[in-house]
Write a protein that binds this ligand. Structure first.
Ligand SMILES: [Zn+2]
Length: 374
């Protein structure tokens, strides 16, 4: 990393010596950009817009310890964490490595189910992608929450058995012993418990990708099995990863389900097969969550079984920003649906099993709208 940064600084061919050992990043950056602008290579504005691409500059190199903003960090205190995906202005996305479903695999991710399967305490590399550099001091926070509504109020913690075992083995790590999610490979990981909600989370500073790479990676470990008695107790959980400013404002959010078990490969295979079977047998038309379609303005819905080709059954998904506009468009759509239904009732008396057309669109609209209301 030192070499990369050094060579990238060489490429800029500065005439000044850089104040590497002291001064803030901003001071240093001003020196850098002034130097280049004097050379007449690029304008200042241009540089500021593309600072990372043009210079390949590793900001983390200059995050001196005394500049740390950790003390001012306050975790968000919403009672129930939001679990809708929200890429935000930085197009915050996650990517999981392809691990397959072999017996020996310790961590594997199902795109079909948007679900991570892993073994207890084994490392899960999760790749972080952003479209541009987040503000200096940005961080990644991981929080676990129960997936089902009836459990969502309860805080996810490790089971008493695993907590006690940890305290015995390593008394110095006692303060983190109740945390389900741990970050590995970073001395700068910080563990939080919200004073009001008691929800636990762990943060790690966002690291810009290394030269020649498009993403950075965080390493998560889950410290209980999903089946742990007195802990998760077989209740499914979601993990929320948020990109946040140093003050704790959310810039982007992505969620995925997690199952911690002895045989991740086998369980993923079984659950994917069951899901496919169920989809086929019920001719389920709902859109799968894990299918990425961020930019598609229209999504074709599978034909709904009976093959009534006299109808235009194609469905389109419309992403709407803001609740007010959504409610307005929904009203129009509901009205049109009602008209369709009434028309059919008159002309086609024998037509039964009316497929609720707007279900797919509605679900997505609701999701989009919720993500704005954070
Ligand atoms: Zn446990």
């Amino acid at each position: 990393m030192m070499e990369d940064a050094a060579s990238s600084l060489d490429n800029i061919s500065l005439s000044q010596t850089l104040p590497l050992s002291q001064g803030s990043f901003h001071q240093l950056w001003n020196v850098l950009t002034d130097g280049v602008a004097e050379d007449g290579v690029r304008g200042m504005d241009m540089l500021l817009m593309n600072e990372h691409e043009l210079t390949g500059f590793d900001e983390t190199l200059f995050n001196l310890p005394e500049m740390s903003t950790k003390e001012t960090v306050t975790p968000p205190a919403s009672t129930v964490p939001v679990t809708s995906d929200y890429p935000g202005d930085f197009d915050f996305q996650l990517r999981f490595r392809k691990s397959g479903t072999a017996k020996s695999v310790t961590s594997t991710y199902s795109e079909l189910l948007n679900k991570l399967y892993c073994q207890l305490a084994k490392t899960n590399p999760i790749e972080i992608l952003v479209s541009r550099e987040p503000p200096a001091g940005a961080m990644i926070r991981a929080t676990a929450v129960y997936k089902k509504t009836e459990h969502v109020a309860e805080v996810v913690r490790r089971c008493p058995h695993h907590q006690n075992e940890d305290r015995k083995d390593n008394p110095s790590a006692a303060e983190n012993s109740s945390h389900l999610i741990r970050v590995e490979g970073s001395e700068r990981a910080q563990y939080f418990e919200d004073v009001n909600t008691k929800r636990q989370s762990v943060t790690v500073p966002y690291e810009a990708p290394q030269l020649g790479s498009e993403m950075s990676t965080v390493l998560l470990r889950f410290m209980c099995n999903s089946s742990c008695m007195g802990g998760m107790n077989r209740r499914p959980i979601l993990t929320i990863l948020t990109l946040e400013t140093p003050e704790g404002h959310v810039l982007g959010r992505q969620c995925f389900e997690v199952r911690i078990c002895a045989c991740p490969g086998r369980d993923r295979k079984t659950e994917e097969e069951n899901s496919t079977k169920m989809q086929n047998s019920t001719k389920e038309t709902k859109k799968r969550k894990s299918v990425p379609s961020p930019d598609s303005t229209s999504t074709k819905k599978p034909k709904s079984g009976s093959g009534t080709d006299e109808e235009d059954r194609e469905c389109f998904v419309l992403h709407v920003r803001g609740r007010e506009r959504y409610e307005m468009l929904k009203k129009i759509n509901d009205g049109l649906e009602l008209l369709d239904k009434e028309g059919k009732a008159k002309t086609k008396v024998c037509m039964k099993q009316e497929v609720p057309l707007p279900s797919s669109g509605k679900r997505l609209l609701r999701k989009e709208e919720r993500s704005d209301s954070d």
